[in-house]
Design a protein around this ligand. Structure first.
Ligand code: ADP
Ligand code: ASP
Ligand code: MG
Length: 818
């Protein structure tokens, strides 16, 4: 014999009820089901509460709402019942609705709605639903009776959240069923006190009704049919990657539901557990799925934890004072005071100093809990041995549950690492002594982020995902999008890294999609669907998403975005940037950014600000980490200047080479922007700072390449005309060098606290002689690389290599994830 329960959505529509009938008729169920417990049609309980409140406030429109409720049920009757039973069933429903109306009129007249009356009003939801589903089953060839559970489920009189009394209830169920051989369609959620007053078992309580029936008749199994495939590793509405568990122990199910997994009403497990009856959660809309089995002995979880749940709204009551230190029985008094008022304490933590104690309660209970504590400790508070209790609100609790936690070290570390690196502040922590759960109280706005961060850390089998927010879709940003599009699959398959593009913006538009934007389509989507770009808006939206493992990437060349980096890091969001502005601006800002990143462990990665994709910055960091000391850096850091001097062999005049570089796209539109060496100087400044030199931009000595007259030329054409006048002197300088077997190179030297850029003559043995094309070269001399320096060489500009470097930094962030 089995007991089945169908929840609100599983009876919420004509299609759902058809599905219910076909489940009961299938070979697995036919003849085996003794009791079917049904909830009210979906949303009906909420509607009844709203109607009752309207009536209480004297709002006469409640009558229209009752008529709508009647229509909704009538429609099901006419669509699912054969003609001959439509009339009688409609009669039953009509008389229930009339009873309901009478009660509501009473509420309206008195202007008062007690918990007891509200329970009575709510009971109509389940009574209507079972009254309709019983004849539907009969008509489908499964003779069935309507069973009003108030006849058998006996409870105390805590209206709204009544406790059932097993000693009274179980015999009553058994004796009633003896006289009722047919299938019973029972109302969920409701019961009655010993003197017959209607009660409810708490919201979501139909699950418990099913367990009560199951326990009373010693059922083989209790099946809870709902709208998800089973108990998932986390709430699927908050954690999109949550997945079904095959099985879970009673204790684990109890913990998960106690801490908010709505799929199961928390007290449901107990009656089943006592009698050792397995519960199976199944999906009405996907009956071929085996669901989740809840039982005493289940295979251990393949993961160190079983699931993660959360209670969205809790309040914390904090009690502090020297008066509790070393006082025996203090906590006992505290908890008895709360228990006397029936306040459910969700979590308790006590500092080991015993100087403070915290307990989490539902927000609605907080004022009463505080009052109970004040009363209990009145004299201690009066003599200031204890501070009056403080209530903190807007908090959530996250609970990580699993019986394997007992034997696996490091779980708590992983949980708090995931929270910490995502900037989730933990207000209180508790670990149950059974080691079945670790719970953390956090700010409510971080609930989803915390759940996802912990979920990914434990369940995504090494898959690490980064949620990317990209500003700038020009040459570098655009190329990055192309590379993301190309690499997506390989990254996921081979390296288990997923990069979700959540937000993207150019100077005009911005676009967000929590489900991810196709990188290949991002630019087009920005144009067609984007909203006007505003940087503050972009940043606040990025924060509001509050996603775990977010990453901000600035592919603009502007000053405006870098000015926001510190704010962004302070939101615990890592930054990747090829934009030199922040690191080559004021020293104080550079220091603030790099120190914040180091101290808080929030990555700030800018490899591509010097020599594009060449691994210069990361190599320097590695050298420092290994204890080496940089003695000197010499470098050619400008691709344009590299090209011009590498090709300056006397075959062409200097101005002709500059022209050629411009034609090949190696220069800015006005080549003077390269020849003034300002961009090179910024890179040198960054390198110097990376070596620990506290320099401002002005301290970089830059030997001018061009005479001042070239810069006063009003146009690019005029500049080239003027440059021709100096070809002679450039050629003389070259020839003088060549006569000594040397070549000209524009080289940066960083040494002994100073940094400069000079046009040097490089003789035999200089690594810079081997430079070709527009390559960069960085020559690093350290304590360890002292005889032969380390040389990093290759293309130091270009969209492809720069974007690839940015990409590598983003992947580096993914790799730091747990
Ligand atoms: P019913 O009306 O069938 O009783 P509920 O709405 O009470 O259904 O419970 C099912 C819902 O619980 C799911 O639709 C899902 O959104 C939510 N839920 C929360 N946590 C979990 C979880 N860990 N596993 C499955 N569902 C969950
Ligand atoms: N109908 C009730 C509620 O919505 C009970 C249930 O669905 O389990 O809370
Ligand atoms: Mg439910």
């Amino acid at each position: 014999m089995i007991v089945c329960k169908f929840g609100g959505t599983s009876v919420g529509s004509v299609e759902a009820i058809r599905q219910l009938v076909s489940i009961l008729q299938d070979p697995d169920h036919k003849g085996r089901v003794r009791v079917v417990v049904v909830s009210a049609f979906s949303k009906v309980t909420d509607t009844l509460i709203a109607i009752a409140r309207k009536a209480e406030q004297g709002n006469g429109t409640f009558k229209d709402d009752v008529s709508q409720l009647f229509e909704r049920h009538r429609e099901v009757i006419y669509r699912l019942l054969p003609a001959e039973t439509q009339g009688p069933t409609e009669g039953v429903v009509r008389s229930l609705i009339e009873d309901l109306e009478r009660i509501l009129e009473g509420v309206a007249r008195l202007g008062e709605l007690s918990n007891r009356t509200l329970d009575m009003v709510m009971s109509f939801g389940e009574r209507l639903s079972a009254s309709i589903i019983a004849p539907i089953c009969t008509a489908a060839g499964m003779p069935a009776d309507y069973l009003d559970a108030r006849l058998v489920i006996r409870t105390d009189d805590r209206f709204g959240n009544a406790r059932f009394i097993p000693e009274e209830t179980y015999p009553a169920i058994r004796s009633l069923l003896q006289n009722r051989p047919h299938l019973q369609i029972a109302t969920g959620f409701i019961g009655a006190t010993l003197d017959g007053k209607t009660t409810t078992l708490g919201r979501g309580g139909s699950d418990l009704s099913a367990a009560i029936f199951g326990a009373a008749i010693g059922a083989e199994e209790i099946e809870i049919w709902t709208d998800v495939d089973g108990i998932l590793t986390s709430d699927p509405r908050l954690v999109p990657t949550a997945f079904r568990m095959d099985s879970i122990s009673y204790e684990e199910a109890l913990e998960l539901s106690h801490f908010g997994a709505k799929v199961l009403h928390p007290p449901t497990v107990l009656p089943a557990m006592e009698k050792g009856i397995p519960i199976r959660i199944r999906n009405t809309f996907n009956p071929s799925c085996p669901g989740t089995l809840i039982a005493r002995e289940v295979p251990p979880s393949p993961y160190p934890v079983r699931g993660i749940s959360s209670l969205r709204e809790v309040a914390l009551i904090r009690l502090e004072g020297t008066g509790m230190v070393g006082v025996a029985g203090f906590s006992a008094r505290l908890f008895s005071a709360l228990a006397r008022r029936h306040i459910n304490v969700i979590l308790i933590t006590q500092a080991s100093s015993e100087y403070s104690i915290c307990c989490a309660v539902l927000p609605k209970d907080a004022p009463e809990a505080a009052a109970a504590i004040k009363e209990e400790f009145e004299s201690e508070i009066a003599r200031s041995a204890i501070e009056p209790p403080v209530i903190e609100r807007d908090l959530s609790i996250i609970a990580v549950v699993g019986s394997r936690m007992k034997s696996t070290p490091g779980i708590a570390g992983k949980v708090f690492h995931a929270l910490g690196r995502n900037g989730v502040n933990v207000v209180a922590i508790a670990q149950g002594s059974s080691e079945l759960n670790i719970s953390a109280v956090i700010s409510r706005q971080d609930e989803a982020k915390a759940l996802n961060a912990i979920h990914d850390a434990f369940f995504l089998a090494g898959l690490r995902s980064v949620n990317l927010f990209l500003v700038g879709t020009g040459l570098i940003g655009g190329t990055l999008l192309d590379q993301l599009a190309q690499q997506q699959e390989i990254l996921a398959d081979r390296y288990k890294i997923r990069i979700n593009l959540i937000g993207v913006a150019n100077s005009k538009h911005m676009l967000f999609d929590a489900a991810g934007i196709e990188p290949a389509r991002a630019r087009e989507a920005l144009l067609s669907q984007g909203e006007p770009m505003d940087l503050d808006g972009f940043i606040s939206r990025m924060r509001a998403f509050n996603l775990p493992n977010s990453c901000f990437c600035d592919c603009t060349a502007a000053d405006t975005v870098p000015s926001r980096y510190l704010d962004i890091l302070k939101s615990s969001i890592p930054i990747v940037t090829p934009n030199k502005r922040a690191n080559s601006g004021l020293l104080s800002y550079y220091t603030a950014l790099t120190e914040y990143s180091r101290e808080r462990g929030i990555p700030y990665l800018y490899e591509t600000t010097v020599c594009a994709g060449l691994p210069v910055i990361s190599t320097l960091h590695d050298l420092f980490l290994s204890g080496d000391r940089i003695r000197r850096i010499e470098a050619v850091v400008s691709g344009t200047l590299s090209y011009i001097f590498n090709n300056f062999d006397g075959s062409k005049p200097f101005s002709g080479l500059v022209w050629e570089a411009k034609q090949k796209g190696y220069t800015e539109p006005d080549p003077r922007d390269d020849l003034n060496a300002m961009d090179a100087a910024r890179k040198v400044l960054i390198l110097a700072r990376e070596c620990g030199m506290p320099l401002e931009f002005e301290a970089i000595r830059v030997e001018p390449i061009l005479p001042p007259s070239c810069f006063t030329a009003p146009t690019v054409e005029a500049f080239f005309e003027e440059l021709k006048n100096h070809d002679q002197s450039f050629e003389e300088r070259r020839r003088r060098a060549a006569q000594q077997g040397k070549v000209l190179r524009y080289v940066a030297v960083i040494e002994e606290g100073k940094a400069e850029l000079r046009l040097r003559e490089e003789g035999e043995g200089s690594p810079f002689r081997s430079l070709v094309d527009a390559d960069n070269m960085v020559v690093i001399t350290t304590d360890r690389y002292s005889v032969l320096p380390m040389v990093i060489k290759g293309p130091g500009a270009g969209a492809q290599v720069t974007a690839a470097g940015v990409f590598a930094d983003i992947v580096r962030i993914a790799r730091t994830l747990v």
